[in-house]
Design a protein around this ligand. Structure first.
Ligand code: NAD
Ligand code: WQD
Length: 337
């Protein structure tokens, strides 16, 4: 039996495919390469000495999914495929709902037709919305999202909850990621954003390599330890391992279950800049800029449920996140290109 990984050529997907291959799982990757390079999977294969089946295709393409399920004996699906840029989603809401919501519906329908009943979904801390108490805990009702991106994740969680209620054979885990950063320790795979990065760590890394001039820190007057935003950063390899733990656990899930995947600690933007400077041995020029619309001051995870029920916890700290980000960026100044 094989695991289907949609969006498996992307940032989190490629690291997860690597951990799956390393432990001996059979993997089929489906990716339309809209935000990824085929090269990521070639490198994963070189690193592991194993091969994954790669299908270039779209989750919105029903015929492609039907063929894929007919050709491979799939036991479970890990669903990373989706669009993820918060700002872009406010300008292109229809594209985001089409890709993230309709795409997931088509995938679920074709899974049902093929009799595949285990589904792990890439959700996000953003589903807690703007007013949730910090730290975020799974018992807090989700809602109040502030972008079409966030609402698309919320809608899929509701769809999964309702579908699992109606179909007792269907088992699903929504993993709510906090802020994934870092790269595989080899420096061979990592995050390779198109254009100017939206997220903090890729931006800092591109300043360090000289592709960008200086970092703008969005807001220096938040009610936080040093006035800059605080987030829960999680090493992408810890996150990848969380998917393996979720796979191991899914057969015993009744219906739908959500878990936070975070470290359970908040770091400020300035703390991240200092930690990166230490790891890379170079200064990161920055200036305090106006707040970014829609940003929250501070949030982090209560990660105790995943610890207790999935036997999962982070094992990599901020220094390693920075070391691995810099290793990837300095070995691949232009990403996979
Ligand atoms: P990514 O863009 O690197 O990976 C997504 C992959 O999906 C890409 O390889 C892209 O080519 C592919 N894809 C997009 N639409 C597709 C479609 N219609 N059919 C087939 N393939 C398609 O992003 P990532 O950071 O690896 O994120 C993976 C998932 O985790 C996404 O669903 C994202 O929303 C979610 N997530 C990411 C973060 C984060 O900060 N990176 C945080 C929380 C949740
Ligand atoms: C982190 C901190 C910024 C860039 C987003 C999505 C979330 C999830 C992860 C998918 C904040 C500050 C950033 C910069 C800065 N994605 N910052 N200058 O906004 O916490 O979360 O990505 O699900 O849903 O909303 O991540 O990396 O953009 O920002 O000062 O150039 O860094 O204000 O405090 P964010 P981020």
């Amino acid at each position: 039996m094989a695991i289907l990984v949609t969006g498996g050529a992307g940032y989190i997907g490629s690291h997860t495919v690597l951990t799956l291959l390393e432990r001996g799982d059979d993997v089929v990757v489906l990716d339309n390469l809209s935000n990824a390079s085929r090269e990521s999977i070639s490198r994963v294969e070189k690193l592991t000495g194993k091969t994954a089946t790669f299908c270039e295709g779209d989750i919105l393409d029903r015929a492609c999914l039907r063929d894929l399920f007919a050709q491979h004996n799939i036991s479970s699906v890990i669903h990373f495929a989706g669009l993820k840029a918060v700002g872009e989603s406010t300008r292109m809401p229809l594209e985001y709902y089409q890709n993230n919501v309709t795409g997931t519906l088509v995938l679920l329908e074709e899974m049902r037709a093929a009799g595949v009943n285990q589904f792990i979904f890439s959700s996000s801390a953003t589903v807690y919305g703007a007013d949730a108490p910090v730290p975020y805990v799974e018992t807090t009702p989700i809602g109040g999202t502030t972008s079409p991106y966030g609402t698309s994740k919320l809608m899929v969680e509701f769809i999964l909850r309702d579908y699992a209620k109606a179909n007792p054979q269907f088992k699903t885990i929504a993993l709510r990621y906090f802020n994934p950063v870092g790269a595989h320790e080899s420096g061979q795979i990592g995050e390779d954003p198109n254009g100017i990065p939206n997220n903090l760590l890729p931006y800092i890394a591109q300043v360090a390599i000289g592709r960008l001039e200086k970092l703008g820190i969005f807001g220096g007057d938040y009610p936080t330890k040093d006035g800059t935003g605080e987030r829960d950063y999680i090493h992408v390899m810890d996150l990848a391992e969380g998917h393996l733990k979720a796979l191991d656990h899914i057969a015993s899930v009744e219906g739908y279950k959500a878990y936070n995947l975070g470290a359970g600690v908040g770091y400020s933007v300035l703390e991240m800049v200092k930690a990166f400077e230490k790891a890379a041995g170079r200064e990161i020029p920055y200036q305090i800029s106006p707040r970014r619309a829609g940003d929250l001051p501070a949030f982090w995870a209560d990660a105790s449920l995943a610890d207790k029920e999935l036997d999962w916890r982070v094992s990599r700290g901020v220094d390693q996140m920075m070391r691995d980000t810099w290793n990837w960026q300095s070995k691949n100044p232009n990403g996979y290109n």
